[in-house]
Ligand binder design. Structure first.
Ligand SMILES: C[S@@+](CC[C@H](N)C(=O)[O-])C[C@H]1O[C@@H](n2cnc3c(N)ncnc32)[C@H](O)[C@@H]1O
Length: 228
């Protein structure tokens, strides 16, 4: 299987196995830190003890079981994850896939890198980059996914058009995201919460077929969107 293809115009450098994009001035591109960056080393604990039970009113075990089920038959496929975080994907992806992961947080990607190396992925590359401006060639990936992150992206429509650009025709995007109509706690969920109806409308407008998935897990909504 082909290695991950980068656009010819993009220059990258690798430091400790992580890819950094270079700007036109030859310097490493910098990104506004994500609000959880400072607590990168506590990320998993915070998700388990606080975010899932207190903000989402959801079960983290159920979440991973859903992801395991959705990815159980995916082998030897080119996969891109938007917002890799600390590399939880090793819990549910098979390591015979070609995996590209991007995130603006170098701190979280350093944690992810160790996990991907231990998991003996056939081929995996991690990139410090914004989901709306990725370094990949057009139509390269078969599958894209994004978990628990879409609400943090500032340019949501720009993100959808980037998914469209790097997925193959008929490629599939999978997503889990909190939606306001399923939220039952008073706790604040940061970022922009889009309703499932709004998500459908935006994906369809940009050339995707939208398929809500029938899972029930607190504030979380699971869907697939196929590139037409
Ligand atoms: C709640 S974490 C989820 C991480 C991972 N997907 C998971 O399920 O554990 C949100 C992630 O979104 C990333 N993020 C936020 N805005 C981003 C952007 N514009 N481009 C890339 N990553 C972004 C953060 O750095 C963080 O890793």
């Amino acid at each position: 299987m082909e290695r991950i293809k980068i656009k010819e115009s993009v220059r990258i450098i690798r430091k400790k196995g992580i890819c950094y994009l270079l700007g036109s001035n030859g310097k490493v591109k910098k990104y506004k830190p994500w609000l959880g960056d400072l607590f990168a080393f506590l990320y998993e604990r915070i998700m388990q003890k606080s975010v899932f039970p207190k903000k989402f009113n959801a079960s983290i075990d159920k979440h991973y079981n859903i992801l395991k089920k959705e990815f159980e038959n995916i082998h030897n496929t080119r996969i891109i994850e938007f917002a890799t975080g600390s590399g939880d994907a090793v819990k549910y992806l098979h390591n015979d896939n070609v995996y590209g992961g991007i995130d603006i947080s170098a701190g979280l990607l350093r944690i992810a890198k160790k996990r991907f190396d231990n998991f003996l992925f056939l081929d995996s590359e991690l990139f410090v980059a914004d989901v709306c401006d990725t370094p990949f060639e057009d139509n390269f990936f078969d599958i894209a996914f994004c978990n628990l992150s879409l609400n943090f992206f500032e340019d949501f429509d720009g993100f959808i058009s980037e998914i469209y650009r790097i997925l193959q025709p008929d490629g599939m995007f999978f997503c889990s995201v909190p939606v306001p109509e399923r939220k039952t706690t008073k706790a604040i969920i940061h970022g922009n919460l889009y309703t499932s109806e709004d998500l459908k409308e935006r994906f369809e407008r940009q050339g995707f077929r939208f398929e809500p998935l029938p899972y029930d897990n607190g504030a979380l909504f699971y869907f697939k969107s196929r590139r037409i």
